[in-house]
Design a protein around this ligand. Sequence first.
Ligand code: DGL
Length: 264
Amino acid sequence: MNRPIGIFDSGVGGLTVFHEVMKRLPQEDLLYFGDTARVPYGIKSAETVTRYSMEITRFLMEQQIKLLIVACNTASSVALSALQSAFTIPVLGVLLPGAKAAVRYSIHHRIGVIGTEATIGSSAYVGAIQALDPRVIVHTRVCPLFVPLAEEGWGAHAIAEAVAREYLEDLCRTGVDTVVLGCTHYPLLKGAIGKIMGESVTLVDSARETATEVQTLLLDQGLSRTDNSEPLRKYFVTDAPERFRKVGERFLQHPLPNVEKVIL
Ligand code: DGL
């Protein structure tokens, strides 16, 4: 089907998901929406994040998307079911693919989940993991400073490791063998997180797992693009397109030429 896939996030972080989808499905037309005027979502109420998510999805529906990916873990945690009931196209969040992968990888049924205040506060990951396997014990941690560190480009800096130690040292002692990176920005701190958690702990990148799931869904539902022309890549933001471009190129590891500011 020759219509674009829509991907949205509170800001620039969802480009980690965009990057994985682009790698996995290079022939698909992709539209990205970053709500840069209202970021961060991670400290906002479920009601507000749901309202923002509905507004963004209405905008993307006007662009004729065939499928929506909620790249933001916070929005996936608190707004996914509202979006799924309000819109007729398939709506996929990053939470379930991450939860499924964690259950698959965990040998000792002890999983850690790290994310924003709103994601962890919603208990959505815990619910999803335990629905898949009730034997699993889930330990969660809120790691708010990882977001600005990633945007500053300090994900691999010594300071990131010091912050990771502060947040995660006691998570190590719980005996978790798998940790879900439950926030768009955390893959950029994978090195620091991995160093603190230790080599034996598997880190689950929800972005990568989501891209795999999107590929399966497109094939199963016959929604893959059939046109062989150059695919469209377009980025919409609600504020500061220049900053989005600058920070975003680091997240995407790719140039960002088509950034347009829109008012919802
Ligand atoms: N995109 C958000 C998430 O994955 C992180 C940034 C924010 O708080 O808006 O939860």
